[in-house]
Design a protein around this ligand. Structure first.
Ligand code: 0X9
Ligand code: ZN
Length: 299
């Protein structure tokens, strides 16, 4: 079963979501949104107090990069708090949460069983396997900070949306384009709160709003004892990298509020000690609540 003193395997995460769906049938619905290259199911948990509601949706994903294990842990903790902790019911009053805890389950399992620092998907690409799904989205695809070599960790894929995992998330978001008001994607590591763009150093039209919401979130995390985040556009505070999910969500799907959250480091960077997981996910959850409050107030 799942816990926050270890990194849970994909099957454990699925079994937990099944249990939530069985125990909280009024609150939880599961949707399989696609299949990976190796045939695993990609499952989104929809948390809502009202079936068929037209409330604003916050869409969250994690684990697009296989080795960034704190990201699925954070998504799982968010799921647990939203569903199982009655003190958090207010976060569901005006907003629905749709969460994909493991974007890249083939890679995630591979990083558990064969190669700890695997990043990409597991598709066949000629010389080497796998595409960086965060270079595979179809907005300024193939531009700066990407590679056309299948052996590179930032391989963009042979074409935009070449990966079944990318297509599943693209289609899920496009289908709910008008309802999704905030897109959050969890990565690790380094404590960065990033927003578009990753393909250019130009600022988005709503840079001020994105930054000030980022600051609210960071203040809550710091107040909870977490490390402070560097806030800004991907290009300006981290590095340029085109074809990311966040840029696509904002630039194509029209989800104006889109953030990549680079969670804290630990161990090699990608593997905080099991004893550190709970503290990190609790502190970050305090920031995620601020995102929820903002969407509630704005829409
Ligand atoms: O390079 C990435 O994909 C992300 N960093 S990571 O170390 N987790 O790999 C940052 C992505 C930021 N967003 C865009 N560049 N669009
Ligand atoms: Zn990442």
């Amino acid at each position: 079963s799942i816990s926050f003193s270890k990194f849970n395997r994909f099957e454990e995460i699925n079994a937990y979501m099944d249990k939530l769906a069985a125990d909280y049938p009024k609150l939880v619905q599961l949707e399989t949104i696609g299949q990976t290259t190796e045939g695993r199911e990609m499952r989104v948990i929809q948390i809502s107090t009202k079936r068929g509601s037209r409330k604003p949706v916050i869409f969250v994903d994690a684990g697009i990069h296989a080795r960034e294990w704190l990201a699925p842990a954070q998504a799982l903790y968010l799921i647990k708090e939203l569903v199982e902790n009655e003190a958090n019911r207010h976060l569901l009053e005006k907003v629905d949460w749709h969460i994909l805890p493991v974007f890249n389950p083939d890679g995630y399992e591979y990083s558990h069983t064969k190669a700890r620092f695997w990043r990409k998907t597991r598709s066949n690409q000629g010389a080497c396997k796998g595409t960086d799904a965060n270079r595979n989205f179809g907005y300024h695809w193939g531009e700066v900070g990407t590679s056309d070599s299948s052996c590179s960790d930032i391989f963009r894929g042979p074409s935009a949306f070449s990966e079944p995992e990318s297509r599943a998330v693209r289609d899920y978001i496009l289908y709910r384009q008008n309802q999704i008001k905030l897109y959050l994607t969890f990565h690790s590591y380094g404590n960065y709160l990033l927003y578009p763009w990753g393909f250019t150093s130009a600022l988005p039209h709503d840079d001020k709003e994105l930054r000030s919401l980022g600051e609210k979130v960071n203040n809550a995390i710091v107040a909870a004892g977490g490390n402070s985040y560097t806030i800004g556009t991907s290009t300006n505070v981290l590095y340029p990298a085109a074809g990311g999910t966040d840029d696509w969500a904002k630039g194509v799907a029209g989800v104006e509020l889109a953030y990549t959250i680079e969670l804290p480091a630990g161990g090699s960077g990608f593997d905080p000690a099991p004893s550190q997981i709970l503290g990190h996910v609790q502190q970050t959850f305090e920031g995620i609540k601020e995102f929820g409050k903002y969407i509630e107030y704005k829409f």
